[in-house]
Design a protein around this ligand. Sequence first.
Ligand SMILES: *Cc1c(COP(=O)(O)O)cnc(C)c1O
Length: 296
Amino acid sequence: MQKIDPHTISIDKLSLPLLNKKKVEADVLRLDKIHPLISGNKWFKLRYYLEEAKKQKKKTIVTFGGAWSNHILATAAASHLNGFNCIGIIRGEEPATLSPTLIKAKELGMQLIFISREDYKTRNVPEKVCNEECYLIAEGGYGIKGAEGAATILDYCTKEKYTHICCAAGTGTMAAGLISEAVSSARIIVLSVLKNNMELADSIKKLLRKKEPSFQLLHDYHFGGYAKHNPALLNFMNEFYSATFIPTDFVYTGKLFYGVHDLITNEFFPSGSKLLIIHSGGLQGNDSLSKGTLIF
Ligand SMILES: *Cc1c(COP(=O)(O)O)cnc(C)c1O
């Protein structure tokens, strides 16, 4: 399988009439290019967990997720690359046909175990699954090591250049890493993709190294909730691709770019601002949309 290659990460400068008009500059950090399966922020979030598992001489990685989870696929691929066995605890009953995400994860050697939504909520892992050879990674890679890994995302840009760093958040692990690692003059703008996830601020704060972090959470761009979408979002993603040739996913980065575009339109960023927008990947999730919905 293809190895992780951080050299493929690029910084794309956006050139859109709106940016000129509002005198705002925006660069996109293209983590989506790093690997076709271990996309975007997931490799960064996983890297120190896998190192720790190796150090502890564990043989099997166990983690959690849904049928379309970027984290599940990335963990399957990263475990495969690093010579670990891998078990995915999947939310819900086993479906008659597996999602493309789960098919790929299985092909990479991940053993899939389906558990009921109730058991999933309490992370009630079947006992036979988890023995002393297993290393457990939380859903979405949430945790200190995940945030420490995500902090290394900023090694791939000149972080001093930017007044704002914008990212999408699910568990908030990536955001915590960025907040910890950013220079103090930069403000981190975090767009939650879950509806009314008012615990996000606390989840992020638990993972921070800094005493006086500078970040702002925005809860207005979830489009109805996690993995929900509407025609306005999908149209935006198509138009954004036409204008920039940057593909986005409808769960995270589509909402992020939509949100940032909206914020620029409404002069949220003072003129002269220099934004770094984190393209955190996730494009495989677009396979759940019907064919032809997106032009890329
Ligand atoms: C997982 C994921 C995120 C969210 O990362 P968290 O650390 O859970 O907040 C953002 N973007 C993409 C594309 C993802 O797959």
